[in-house]
Design a protein around this ligand. Structure first.
Ligand code: ZN
Length: 242
């Protein structure tokens, strides 16, 4: 165990008010690519860039094309929770971790057993009829072709926050409150360059800001502990290893 992991372990053992804030890097260890990273989808060739396709106006104007891209590139129904998800669920079970705040839409924290999960960008596991509000599971999207329709005839839209759409104010307020109240804040799998992540971290007032990310982040100079490694490895070692 490295000195950093030992330090992380000590901090976790001493706290009963830990909050975790995670980005795409948490899901990449489950085999879900980060569509913003250098080797991610942004470098691939499409008629439109992903930011355009994944926007509300594109969804409204080109629903069928949106779903072609979405089914092919955004859905990973076989992905399983990794060591990071499992360690965080264990910390919550022990009463030490109060909230997981995530920018991912894959539902893997909940699948791993976490209960208080604040999904800033929504969830691909929920899909809502734009006409009547009926909610459908992921299978409805996977098992349909073209534009998925509700029994009422309405168009179904994934309950994920698209570009041009605002975040859910209730989820935002719960997340900022959790960060504001936290004793320990662990930020993992994000370089904190993308809105709203950076702004939300500013609500933290404690003195145990832990950054776990393979590359530099824009908050490194404020961190009390930096771990440049796999988040699954780091959390697994700190939570489960002797
Ligand atoms: Zn409907």
């Amino acid at each position: 165990m490295t000195a950093e992991i030992t330090k992380l372990r000590e901090i976790l053992q001493e706290s009963n008010n830990i909050v975790f804030f995670g980005g795409a890097g948490v899901s990449t260890e489950s085999g879900i690519p980060d569509f913003r990273s250098a080797d991610g989808l942004y470098n691939e060739k499409y008629a439109y860039p992903p930011e355009t396709i994944l926007s509300r106006s594109f969804f409204s104007a080109n629903t069928e094309e949106f779903y072609k891209f979405y089914r092919e590139k955004m859905l990973y129904p076989d992905a399983k929770p990794n060591k990071a998800h499992i360690a965080l669920a264990e910390l919550e079970k022990q009463g030490k971790l109060k909230a997981v705040i995530t920018q991912n839409v894959d539902g893997l924290h909940t699948e791993a057993g976490s209960v208080n999960v604040l999904e800033l960008h929504g969830s691909a596991l929920r899909n809502l009829c734009l006409t009547c509000g009926e909610c459908y599971p992921l299978e409805k999207i996977i098992n349909s072709e073209g534009i998925p329709l509700c029994l009422c005839g309405g168009v179904i839209k994934p309950d994920v926050v698209l570009y041009e759409e605002g975040l859910d104010p209730y989820v935002m307020s719960q997340a900022t409150k959790a960060i504001n109240d936290a004793d320990v804040l662990i930020v993992g799998g994000t370089s904190l360059n993308v809105y709203p992540a950076a702004g939300m971290i500013n609500y933290y007032r404690g003195d145990k800001l832990i950054l776990i990310n393979k590359s530099e982040t824009s908050f490194d100079r404020y961190a009390d502990l930096i771990i440049r490694d796999s988040i699954g490895m780091a959390l697994n070692a700190a939570v489960f290893e002797e």
